[in-house]
Ligand binder design. Structure first.
Ligand SMILES: *Cc1c(COP(=O)(O)O)cnc(C)c1O
Length: 433
């Protein structure tokens, strides 16, 4: 698959170079040049669907066996599609190693980078700054990928205890740097390191942020699978309800549709950070400073994937209108939706999923009679305080999080300077070769 930038559409890259660059050199995001029509998968499991779609994306750049290996090693876990009732189904995307949907993108990227590095007999170092959740998904995804070293910077004392465990208990090829500063310091250190050509080439530094096409594309796989499973249901293809922040998940689903997946529509649900609903209503995109909400992984005032979404519809919201609707939900509505789901179905939702459920119940624009697939983006145990306050119960930690909670913390404390980061990288390279 060949990629181009969303800005200079003549700027092309192979998947391999797009994945290691992350962002296009002109500052645009990488998108596929062509939209393949996907064949039906050979079997019924998520892995069957991922193998089918993965082979279209990866071959012929990778041979068939290598491509299949990348997909198989990426996904030792699967989504679960659960029926609530009243035509509503929940697509649980939290059965991966960090119990959130970002595992799908992070694990695929990790498996893909590992395969490219093995083929070229080289090693790279993935450098990430995190305020919590993204870093834990990346740390878990790269666990044991022998050709890739991962260095994660997090602000000391400013991530939750469970998040810190998820970052610091992996060990092996994953090193956690505990920065005695803020998240902004961590980000600045990473940016400075990438701007230092000597440091960059000495450690073959690369990134793994959410706009990387290797994280973005595999998010289409679970839509394709859910659509296929729903194929036997009465009422026709489903409406997908997507809790949205940076719009990666939503846009990947729209790509699935572009590749031939049946869908009755998409309903994007945002919290008070409502850039997308405003864009669809007014045709104008304006970035804002993000506001804090209960669904904090969606607190994004300036969503990066807006650029991919506008590219897909040639920046004409009217073209998106029959397919895509968007609704903004308040914190009070989020809590109310958690209570309704619990009362009506005995189902515990995390606050992000509940934003989607609230949008679904308040939106009247959806095609009547269509079944609904609500994407559940995180396990409720990750947001235990909100769940306790809303429902008066304590969700049990899933096994993956229990293991992290029991693990031993290993971190290297560093000062918030680029010199300290460079010294830490050099030290690691000297210690592990
Ligand atoms: C990142 C995240 C989202 C938002 O996904 P985007 O692709 O950024 O729109 C929603 N829920 C959870 C739990 C997340 O971690």
């Amino acid at each position: 698959m060949i990629f181009r930038s969303t800005r200079d559409t003549g700027l092309r890259a192979s998947l391999e170079s797009a994945v290691f660059q992350g962002l296009a050199p002109d500052g645009g995001l990488y998108v596929p040049v062509e939209h393949p029509h996907l064949p039906a998968p050979g079997g019924r499991t998520f892995l069957d669907t991922a193998l089918m779609a993965g082979s279209v994306l990866l071959e012929p750049e990778l041979d068939h066996a290598t491509a299949a290996g990348v997909v198989t090693r990426a996904f030792p876990f699967s989504p679960v599609l659960r029926t609530l009732g009243d035509g509503v189904h929940v697509l649980e995307l939290f059965h991966g190693p960090s119990c959130a949907f970002k595992d799908f993108g992070a694990c695929f990227l990790a498996s893909l980078m590992d395969a490219y590095c093995a083929r070229a007999a080289r090693k790279v170092t993935v450098l990430v700054a995190t305020s919590g959740d993204t870093g834990s998904a990346v740390a878990q995804a790269f666990r044991g990928r022998v050709h890739v070293r991962v260095v994660i910077l997090y602000p000391s004392g400013r991530v939750s205890e469970l998040q810190e465990r998820q970052l610091t208990t992996v060990g092996g090829n994953v090193t956690a740097l505990e920065v005695t500063g803020s998240f902004d310091d961590c980000q600045r250190m990473v940016k400075e390191a990438f701007r230092d050509p000597a440091l960059r080439s000495r450690h073959t530094l690369t990134s793994a942020n959410s706009i990387n096409p290797g994280r973005f594309l595999p998010q289409a796989f679970y839509y394709l699978w859910a659509s296929q499973v729903m194929g036997g249901e009465p009422g026709g293809p489903p409406v997908f309800v997507v809790p949205s922040g940076n719009l990666g998940n939503l846009t990947a689903g729209l790509y699935g549709w572009k590749w031939g997946m049946p869908a009755a529509g998409f309903l994007a649900a945002t919290n008070a950070n409502d850039a997308l609903p405003r864009y669809l209503a007014t045709g104008r995109f304006d970035a804002r400073v993000s506001v804090l909400t209960l669904s904090n992984a969606m607190d994004v005032g300036d969503p990066s994937n807006m650029e991919r979404l506008r590219d897909l519809f040639h920046d004409e919201p009217a073209r998106a209108a029959p397919l895509l609707a968007a609704t903004s939900v308040t914190d009070a509505q989020t809590v109310a939706a958690m209570r309704v789901a619990w009362k009506r179905y005995g189902y515990v939702m995390d606050p992000h999923t509940a934003v989607g459920y609230s949008a679904l119940t308040s939106d009247t624009g959806r095609p009547p009679g269509s079944p609904v697939v609500l994407l559940s983006t995180a396990h409720p145990a990750k947001f235990v305080d909100t769940v306790r306050d809303a429902l008066g119960l304590e969700p049990e930690l899933p096994p993956a999080l229990q293991a992290a909670a029991r693990g031993r913390k290993h971190s290297v404390r560093v000062e918030p300077t680029c010199a300290a980061l460079a010294a830490a990288l050099d030290g690691l390279a000297a210690a592990t070769g």
